[in-house]
Design a protein around this ligand. Structure first.
Ligand code: ADP
Ligand code: MG
Ligand code: ZN
Length: 726
């Protein structure tokens, strides 16, 4: 059975492999067992019922709470020529009747319904005459009163379920809290053994928290390096949304606002513009996001602090559903915290206690020096096993080259002292850089010795330094006006008794090269941007013709792969992500034309070899790490393999590690060759690794006084593992 499922995955949906748990879930459903699926947003829940729907003889009913979600799914399925329809209040009488007729003719495989439609007598009668094999409840957390989204209609589904005693029930949710999960299980009476809980770690999301100093500037910096990307910016209030919207518009960004103060019509329109890629950015209150299934949201920014971890997680969850790297930036300030505290103080009793606990948990996440995934996952009852995710600001700052900033710190501290600790970072930076601003001159600060001694740095550098000094405890910042005060620790620096080390942290460079290496594919990093834009244009044109969202035609990943492999024939389009037989027929020629033309005009050739490899891989379903492991053991060097697979050394190391963890041996000698450490240094590292659990690289790193880089440590770590495996 699972072979047929895989067949559908490859040939209908055009995907290479199942995501974690999908295969097990589909098997369980095909064995006709009631199943509960808890998987984060973007995990791929839909396929868990869409594939069984294609395999069962009868009908699959899908209950979904929002019209926009139903519409999106049905539009996507119709693109694969899968007979799917929905019944809800948005249809005209005629459309409704037409759909009913098709249902009666048994032409339909998937029927999407709003719960209130399903509860209607006439729908129940209609379904009584259908052979319902699978009864699916999507967004099942709506069943729970503990959830953020309780819908009384959902509770009654347990009654309706009795109408089809022969059908299997599948409930799915992205609920993160254990309490709601338990509630769903209780209400639906599911057994433990048929519950599938996926990890809630969204590996492709880069998490960053930055101090909110000059939020507009920080936002513009952030957007500057993300042109043409889709993203959401969350603000606390409607007023803030409007203000920021005006500013971004003024700066030339393609942006619309969204909040409950706008008319429903306008809200829907702005949402639609966003989903259809007609605009790039939505500035919104938390009112925005429910019912959005847009897969290519590349960033989510919190202009203001979220209320608690749960809403934060839910909001960032809207980024990167397609699995591609996406950035999440949160601007944090104490005054935002006070605002939230103020609202909490209005509450009473238990409600107040709960809100306070939420705020405390959020603060843990914001203020941690550890990997951000540790407190985040902990909140959701999961232990984060690794100590270095490589995809958060804290993990990267350990990796980044630490600079000695003592000289500049002394200049800054001294300037603060000479201006009586009365000014904020911007003013201090002005004085250091010899500004002739009115305020500086009238205060007589052009006369002090620290005037004009800091021209080696741009203003923003000094501001970043001030942030760093506050963070490291050399300065404190007065809440109201941001005046900087020197702490005792700061005085030690002034006296030359202590040195300052750190990495100047910038909001726009969220992800550095090493993170990119570790977390994304070569396709993602090296696809041809020009061709990609041309393909996007075509996609938009096709989407508008049929008035469906662009991602229903092809997701971004498909276009990226096209702009990487440059396939020149229909045959060679088949291995491309998201190209199944139906879409190949529908759109193959359209896109091939563009690729062909681009290649001719720019003298680019098809990446035939890599395409062949991709094809082979799909046929044998071997994982890349297996091939790499085998070829490595057969004598190929790491360098050689990196070249052969078109990836960097670190990627090969990663695959070898996986190969090893799957219970294979690898040749230790070959690994050392990839390291550039001296033998003495290497033995020093190995000694530490004998003491500290090898997987805790961060510990090893500090144990060695940060003298060996992470990339070197990863090589030696693998060597250590390989040796001890024997
Ligand atoms: P969820 O409902 O869990 O939030 P979706 O079902 O909407 O997630 O899937 C998210 C995205 O991942 C969709 O664009 C979908 O096409 C894609 N996807 C799902 N499963 C796979 C797979 N096995 N291989 C590749 N892409 C997949
Ligand atoms: Mg879903
Ligand atoms: Zn991390």
């Amino acid at each position: 059975m699972i072979k047929e499922a895989r067949n559908k995955l490859n040939n209908v949906f055009g995907f290479e492999d199942f995501r974690p748990l999908q295969e097990d879930i589909i098997s369980n459903v095909m064995d006709e067992k009631d199943t509960l699926v808890i998987m984060p947003t973007g995990g791929g829940k839909s396929l868990c019922y869409q594939i069984p729907a294609l395999l069962f003889d009868g009908l699959t009913v899908v209950v979904s709470p929002l019209i926009s979600l139903m519409k999106d799914q049905v539009e996507q399925l119709q693109q694969y020529d899968i007979p799917a329809i929905y019944l809800n209040s948005s249809l005209t009488d005629q459309e409704y009747e037409h759909n009913i007729q098709r249902l009666k003719n048994k032409e339909i495989k998937l029927l999407y319904l709003a719960p209130e439609t399903l509860l209607m007598e006439r729908t129940r009668k209609l379904l009584a005459n259908q052979n319902v094999d699978l009864f699916t409840i999507d967004e099942a957390h709506c069943i729970s009163e503990w959830g953020h989204d309780f819908r009384p209609d959902y509770r009654e589904l347990t009654e309706v379920r009795k109408d089809f005693p022969g059908s299997t029930c599948l409930a799915l949710t992205a609920t993160a809290t254990p309490r709601v999960r338990q509630d769903i299980k209780d209400v639906l009476k599911f057994e433990e053994s048929d519950t599938f809980l996926a990890s809630f770690d969204r590996k492709n999301l880069f998490l960053k928290v930055a101090d909110k100093d000059d939020p507009l500037e920080q936002t513009l910096d952030f957007l500057y390096t993300r042109k043409k990307q889709s993203g959401i910016i969350y603000c606390f209030s409607r007023k803030q949304v409007e203000e920021l919207f005006v500013e971004l518009k003024k700066a030339g960004h393609s942006v619309k606002p969204y909040h409950a103060g706008l008319s429903k019509k306008l809200r829907n329109r702005n949402q639609e513009l966003f989903i259809r890629d007609d605009i790039s950015i939505i500035v919104a209150t938390i009112a925005f996001g429910m019912g959005i299934d847009k897969p290519n949201v590349r960033f989510v920014m919190h202009y203001d602090m979220p209320k608690n971890i749960e809403s934060y997680y839910q909001q960032i969850g809207r980024a990167g559903r397609d699995g591609l790297r996406s950035d999440c930036l949160l601007l944090y300030s104490r005054s935002d915290k006070q605002k939230i505290q103020y609202f909490i103080n209005q509450k009473e009793g238990k409600e107040k206690k709960v809100a306070e606990k939420h705020l405390k948990d959020l603060m843990k996440f914001l203020e941690t020096d550890e990997c951000r995934r540790v407190p985040l996952m902990k909140y959701f009852g999961e232990t984060y096993e690794k100590d270095d995710c490589g995809m958060c600001d804290n993990c990267l700052s350990v990796d980044a080259e630490v600079e000695d900033l003592t000289v500049q710190a002394q200049k800054m501290l001294s300037c603060i002292a000479r201006t009586n600790e009365e000014f904020d970072a911007y003013y201090i930076a002005d004085v250091l850089r010899g500004s002739t601003k009115e305020k500086v001159l009238s205060n007589g600060h052009d006369e002090i010795p620290t005037y004009d001694i800091g021209n080696e740095w741009a203003k923003e550098h000094w501001i970043l330094l001030a942030r760093l000094l506050v963070k490291q405890g050399y300065l404190s910042r007065e809440e109201q006006h941001g005046a900087l005060k020197i702490t005792d620790q700061g005085k030690a620096v002034l006296k030359g008794k202590e040195n300052v080390f750190g990495v100047l942290d910038r909001s726009d460079t969220v992800v550095d090269d090493e993170a990119i290496d570790r977390t994304s594919t070569d396709v993602e990093n090296n696809y041809n941007k020009d061709l990609f834009e041309q393909l996007k244009k075509k996609r938009k044109e096709l989407a508008d013709q049929q008035s469906v969202p662009p991602h229903a035609i092809f997701p971004d990943t498909t276009l990226m792969e096209m702009a990487y492999y440059f396939p020149q024939s229909k045959d060679n389009l088949i291995p491309i992500y998201g190209v199944g037989s139906v879409k190949l027929k529908k759109y193959g020629t359209d896109f091939l034309k563009i690729i062909n033309k681009y290649c001719r005009a720019n003298d680019v050739e098809e990446n035939t070899e890599l395409l062949e490899e991709k094809k082979e891989k799909q046929q044998e379903h071997g994982q890349p790490y297996e091939r790499i492991g085998k070829e490595y053991n057969a004598g190929k060097s790491i360098d050689h393999l990196a070249e052969q697979f078109g990836v960097k050394d670190v990627t090969i190391i990663k695959h070898l590690k996986k190969y090893l963890k799957e219970g294979n041996n690898i040749r230790p000698e070959g690994i050392v060759k990839a390291s550039s450490l001296s033998t003495r240094k290497r033995d020093e590292v190995l000694e530490v690794m004998d003491e500290v659990p090898t997987h805790m690289l961060r510990k090893v790193y500090t144990e060695l006084d940060k003298s060996v880089s992470y990339s070197e440590l990863r090589i030696i770590q693998l060597y250590h593992m390989a040796k001890n495996n024997k």
